[in-house]
Design a protein around this ligand. Structure first.
Ligand code: ARG
Length: 745
C-alpha cells in the first residue's frame, strides 16, 4: 500500500506517514508522539532527502517489535531541504527496533547506492508496497538470478505472500509458506497458510482462498491453482518451469537451495564428553548429530559457532586425585591414558563406598583443587591434556571439528559472582542452606527448583550452564543456541531455559533480546537384544573400539562385493581399505542419524552395513554407480564435455523432461533445499536421510527405464545432466550428514 501525500514539507510528510502507521495498526496510538519526535530529531541533524526526489526519514525505536515502513508519494513534490535542492516525490519512512538496525541498514544503503540509476528511480515511482521495493532493489543489484528466482516454489511463495497481503495487509509473510504436497495426487506443492489466517480473523477460509487466488498469477510456474478441502491451495508445476530450474542447475547457478539472505548466528553445543572417562556410544550420538546440524546450517549460509563443552570439572576429580597419587601405573597411562584414569576412578569410587577415610581423602583433594593447590592443579591439567588427545583422535577419525572447546572449568571464576547477582536480583533465594531458583509460576517446574549453590557452598552443573549461557550471549550475540545431549537431561535444560527467561528480562539490551534456545535431545542406543548397548562382558562400548570393529566389518563387505565381480570390473585392491574406511564411518553415522532422534534405536551391524536398504553404503554405492556411468561413457565433468553437453552447460540446450521417471526425479531434485531447511528448522537430519534414500530410488527407476549412454544426442546430454545433478545432490547431502563418498566402490 502506498500513501498519497498531501504534505508540502518534510515535517508534515513525517506526521502524515506516522498517522498512517497508527491507522493501519502498525504502531500504537499512544506511541505516536514519541515516534514523530524521534524521527524529527533525526531529520533535524541532517535532511534525509538524499537526492533524485527521494526522502528516507527514519528512527530507531523499541516502540516497534519489528521493522516497519511505509511509502508516501507526492504528485506536487515535498520540500525536503534535500541535498540536491530538488523537491521530493517519494518518501520512505522506516522504523527499526534498536537491536535490528544492522539488519536493515543495507536496505537504506542499497537505495542510496542505486539512486543514480535512472531505471531504478523510474521503478521506484511505480512501486506499490515495501515488498515490491525490496524486489526492485534486488533486481537492480543484479541479483535477479539468485537461486530464489530459479526455484519455482520460492517464486510461488513470494507471489502468494504478495497476493495475501493485498487482502490482509498485516499478515506475516513468514507464516505464508509453500511446501511439497505429501500426496502427489493433489499436486506438487501446497499451502495451508490461508486456513490459519482466516481462522485468526474469523473469516471464511474458502472465501479467503478464492479471493487470494483471484489475485494470484503464477501461470509461468503452474497449471491452474486448486482450492481444496477447507482452504488448501494446491499447485502443480508446469514441466517448462521444472526444466527451467534444472537448466540453471545444470549451468551451475544453484543446486536447488538458496543461502539465507539474513544469516543467523547459531551456537551448537555438542559432543561434550567428560575428562578422564572414555567417550561412549552416548557421546557418539551427540557428536554425529551436532556435526551434521552444524554442516547443514553452514551450507544454508548461517553463521555457525561450534563449542565442545567438555566436562573438565566436578566432584569426580577428588577421587581421581586420590587414585593418581596412590595407585597410578605410569606405563599403563602411557599405553592408554583414559583406560588407566578410568581404572583409578573405579578403584577409588569403590573404596569410597566401603571406607569413610577414603571418602574424606577424596573430599580434601577436591577442596585443595578448588582452592588452587599447585600440585593438584598440575595433575588435573595433565588429566585434561591426556583426555583431549584421545578425544581428538576420535574426532579426526569422524572428521569432526570444533571452533571452540571451552570446558566447564573455563567458567569457574564467574560462578560465585553469578550466584550473588541472581540472589541480589531476587531471581534465586535461600532454601535449607542452599541457593536455588524457584519457578512458582510454572506449573511444570514448580516442583523442580534449580539448585545453583549447594549447602556446602559448592556450585553445580546448572550454575556452570548459566554462566556459559551468559558468556555466549556476550561473546557471540547468537540468534539461537542449540544443545545436543541425551534425553535424560531434559529437565536440566528446561530449568536452564526457564531460569534464563527470568533473568534476561532484567539484563540491559541487547542481552535482553531473547535468542531461541533449543534442547535437541536423543534416545538411547540399544543392543540387538533390546537392552542398553553393552559389550559381551557387560561393559559400556567404547567409541574407539566401535569404530575399529566397523572398519573390519566394512572391509569384509567391500571385499565380498569385489570378489563377486568379474576381475576386469573390480576396483583395484589397493583402494579397498580406503573404501572400507569411508563405508564404515558412513554406516555408523547414518545408522545414528536415520531414526527419529527421540526414539531409541537398535544397533545392528548387519543392518547398517547392508548394500540394499536405507543405509549409507547403499547411498554411497548409488553415487559411485552414477560416477561409473560417466567413466564408462568417457564423459568428464564440466571441463571435458562433448559438444552437446557443452551446449547444455552453457544453457543453449535445454534439459528434456518427457518420461515419467525423468519428471519424478527432476521434481525430487527440486526439493533438496526445502529438505535442508526442514532439517535446520527442526534439527532433524533424518529428513535428509529419507530424502536421499528416495532420491536414490527415483534415480534407479529413471536409470532402469531411460537409456542414458545409448540415447540419441540431445536426450543423452539431457539425461547425463540429470545423472550429474543427482550425483551432486547425493554427495552434498551426504556431506551435510558428515558422510564421505568414493568415486568407485
Ligand atoms: N558433559 C555432559 C555429559 O556428558 C554434556 C554437556 C552438555 N552441554 C551443556 N552445556 N550442558 O553429560
Amino acid at each position: 500500500m502506498i500513501v498519497d501525500l498531501e504534505a508540502t514539507d518534510r515535517w508534515q510528510a513525517i506526521e502524515e506517514l506516522v498517522n498512517n502507521l497508527v491507522a493501519t495498526g502498525k504502531i500504537k496510538p499512544e506511541n505516536r508522539d514519541v515516534i514523530v519526535a524521534a524521527i524529527k530529531k533525526r531529520e533535524q541533524s541532517m535532511s534525509t532527502g538524499i537526492g533524485f526526489g527521494l526522502g528516507l526519514p527514519h528512527a530507531t525505536t523499541d516502540l516497534v517489535p519489528e521493522a516497519v515502513s511505509v511509502l508516501g508519494r507526492s504528485k506536487t513534490g515535498v520540500n525536503f531541504d534535500a541535498l540536491d535542492h530538488q523537491p521530493v516525490k517519494l518518501v520512505l519512512l522506516f522504523l527499526v527496533p534498536k537491536g535490528q538496525i544492522q539488519k536493515h541498514l543495507h536496505t537504506l544503503a542499497n537505495i542510496a547506492k542505486l539512486l543514480h540509476k535512472a531505471d531504478f528511480r523510474q521503478a521506484l515511482e511505480q512501486v506499490q508496497d515495501v515488498a515490491a521495493l525490496n524486489e526492485i532493489i534486488e533486481n537492480s543489484l543484479g541479483r535477479a538470478k539468485s537461486p530464489v528466482a530459479l526455484l519455482p516454489h520460492k517464486q510461488i511463495e513470494l507471489r502468494l505472500q504478495t497476493a495475501v497481503r493485498e487482502i490482509l495487509s498485516d499478515a506475516d509473510p513468514a507464516s505464508i509458506l509453500v511446501r511439497p504436497c505429501l500426496d502427489p495426487k493433489f499436486g506438487d506443492y501446497q499451502s495451508n497458510a490461508l486456513m490459519s489466517l482466516a481462522k485468526a480473523r474469523k473469516m471464511n477460509p474458502r472465501q479467503l482462498a478464492s479471493d487470494v487466488v483471484a489475485r494470484l498469477d503464477v501461470s509461468e510456474f503452474c497449471e491452474k491453482v486448486e482450492i481444496a478441502g477447507a482452504g488448501f491451495l494446491n499447485f502443480r508445476l508446469k514441466i517448462s518451469a521444472l526444466a527451467h530450474s534444472l537448466d540453471s542447475a545444470a549451468r551451475g547457478e544453484h543446486l536447488f537451495f538458496a543461502k539465507a539472505d539474513k544469516p543467523k548466528t547459531v551456537i551448537i553445543d555438542f559432543s561434550s564428553p567428560n575428562v578422564a572417562k572414555p567417550m561412549h556410544v552416548g557421546h557418539i550420538r551427540s557428536t554425529i548429530l551436532g556435526d551434521s546440524l552444524a554442516r547443514t546450517l553452514r551450507l544454508l549460509g548461517q553463521r555457525v559457532i561450534t563449542d565442545n563443552h567438555i566436562g573438565d570439572w566436578g566432584t569426580q576429580f577428588g577421587m581421581l586425585l586420590v587414585g593418581w597419587k596412590a595407585h597410578l601405573d605410569r606405563a599403563a597411562l602411557g599405553r592408554d591414558p583414559i583406560a588407566e584414569m578410568e581404572r583409578l576412578y573405579k578403584k577409588v569410587s569403590a573404596a569410597c563406598v566401603a571406607d569413610e577415610t577414603v571418602r574424606e581423602q577424596a573430599k580434601q583433594e577436591l577442596v585443595k583443587l578448588q582452592g588452587g593447590d599447585e600440585e593438584n592443579l598440575k595433575i588435573w591439567r595433565e588429566m585434561i591434556a591426556l583426555s583431549e588427545r584421545q578425544f581428538d583422535e576420535i574426532y579426526a577419525r569422524l572428521g569432526v571439528k570444533f571452533d571452540h572447546t571451552l570446558g566447564e572449568s573455563f567458567y569457574n571464576p564467574r560462578l560465585k559472582p553469578l550466584v550473588e547477582e541472581l540472589f541480589a536480583k531476587k531471581i534465586a533465594r535461600e532454601s535449607e542452606g542452599a541457593i536455588a531458583i524457584f519457578f512458582d509460576d510454572n506449573p511444570h517446574l514448580k516442583k523442580h527448583p534449580a539448585l545453583i549453590r549447594k549447602s556446602d557452598g559448592g556450585f553445580n552443573y546448572t550454575t556452570t550452564d548459566l554462566a556459559t549461557l551468559e558468556y555466549r550471549l556476550k561473546t557471540w550475540q547468537p540468534d539461537e543456541i542449540v544443545y545436543v545431549t541425551d534425553g535424560r537431561q531434559q529437565l536440566h535444560f528446561q530449568q536452564i531455559f526457564a531460569a534464563f527467561r527470568k533473568w534476561r528480562c532484567q539484563l540491559p539490551a541487547p542481552s535482553s533480546q531473547l535468542p531461541k534456545l533449543a534442547h535437541v535431545w536423543f534416545g538411547s542406543i540399544l543392543g540387538e537384544d533390546g537392552k542398553p548397548f553393552k559389550t559381551r562382558s557387560g561393559e559400556t562400548v567404547k567409541l574407539a573400539d566401535l569404530l575399529h570393529e566397523a572398519e573390519e566389518r566394512a572391509f569384509i563387505v567391500v571385499k565380498t562385493k569385489q570378489l563377486e565381480r568379474p576381475e576386469e570390473e573390480r576396483v583395484p585392491e589397493a583402494l579397498w581399505p580406503e573404501i572400507a574406511r569411508v563405508v564404515a564411518i558412513g554406516a555408523v553415522k547414518y545408522a545414528d542419524l536415520l531414526p527419529n532422534r527421540q526414539s531409541d534405536y537398535l544397533f545392528s551391524w548387519d543392518k547398517m552395513l547392508a548394500l540394499n536398504g536405507n543405509t549409507a553404503p547403499y547411498l554411497q554405492y548409488a553415487f559411485a554407480r552414477i560416477r561409473s556411468i560417466f567413466r564408462k561413457g568417457n564423459v568428464g565433468q564440466a571441463s571435458s564435455l562433448s559438444p552437446s553437453e557443452k551446449k547444455l552447460e552453457t544453457g543453449k540446450m535445454p534439459v528434456l523432461l518427457t518420461a515419467s521417471e525423468e519428471i519424478a526425479l527432476a521434481k525430487h531434485l527440486l526439493n533438496f533445499g526445502l529438505t535442508l531447511e526442514a532439517v535446520s528448522e527442526e534439527f532433524r537430519p533424518n529428513f535428509l536421510c529419507n530424502y536421499l534414500y528416495e532420491l536414490a530410488g527415483k534415480f534407479t527407476a529413471f536409470y532402469e527405464n531411460c537409456p542414458v549412454l545409448k540415447a540419441g544426442d540431445a536426450s543423452r546430454a539431457s539425461r547425463l545432466a540429470l545423472c550429474d545433478l543427482t550425483a551432486q545432490v547425493l554427495k552434498l547431502g551426504l556431506e551435510s550428514l558428515g558422510i564421505e563418498v568414493v568415486e568407485q566402490m
